[in-house]
Ligand binder design. Structure first.
Ligand code: GLN
Length: 198
């Protein structure tokens, strides 16, 4: 079976994820077309602009393929990617993929603090140092679903959640050299990292 991790490359910060995966020694590829998705064992949907990405997903005829993909293979959604993975977005321009039962509020931190950094405690690296997270026009995410695990919080609100092998986060792990977020996700399924979920 393929162990290639795809990064959706329609719009947004996809190249930095490719660099991070390559630095981790993980085989990876950019994904724009359905047949490229078929070659992947897992997929990252990067940050960017969720409305634009949603339009492009339809234009590239990927909506149904991504929904099918998510039913059997792991996904990680970053910021705009997390918005797309939700089941309730509250913005009719975003056609959600319904991967994670959660509600999303776009640009939840408002304009004034549209970008900021904060030290987080990561539940998947409980004994480790804090993680410097960069938030850029980040959404708010909320879920009451009992199968969802909150892996990090900021000001008492979830900013990183996991359901099975799927993860969503509202900050940008590709903007640092700290690979703990990618490793946390890869541990759920990748042969080189696989172990029990912490
Ligand atoms: N605010 C963007 C949106 O709503 C997301 C920003 C990001 O991905 N950093 O799509």
């Amino acid at each position: 079976m393929s162990d290639v991790v795809g990064v959706l490359a329609l719009q947004g910060a996809f190249d930095k994820h490719i660099e991070m995966l390559q630095a981790l020694g993980v085989r990876c590829r950019r994904v724009r077309f359905a047949q490229e998705l078929d070659e992947c064992a897992a997929l990252i949907i990067p940050g960017g602009e969720s409305t634009t990405m949603s339009l492009l997903i339809q234009k590239f005829d990927l909506y149904g393929r991504l929904c099918e993909f998510a039913k059997e293979k792991p996904m990680m959604g970053i910021c705009a990617g997390a918005i797309l993975m939700a089941d309730e977005v509250g913005d009719s321009r975003v056609i959600a993929l319904n991967v994670i039962p959660m509600t999303v509020v776009r640009n939840a931190y408002g304009r004034q603090v549209s970008s900021f950094s904060a030290e987080l405690r990561l539940k998947c690296d409980a004994g480790g140092p804090t993680y410097l997270a960069h938030f850029i026009r980040a959404p708010g995410i909320k879920s009451n679903n009992e199968n969802i695990e909150v892996l990090a919080e900021y000001n008492g609100e979830a900013v990183m959640m996991r359901m099975g092998r799927n993860m969503v986060l509202t900050f940008h792990p590709e903007l640092t050299n700290d690979s703990r977020i990618h490793v946390c996700w890869l541990k759920g399924f990748h042969p080189a990292y696989k172990q029990e979920l912490l």
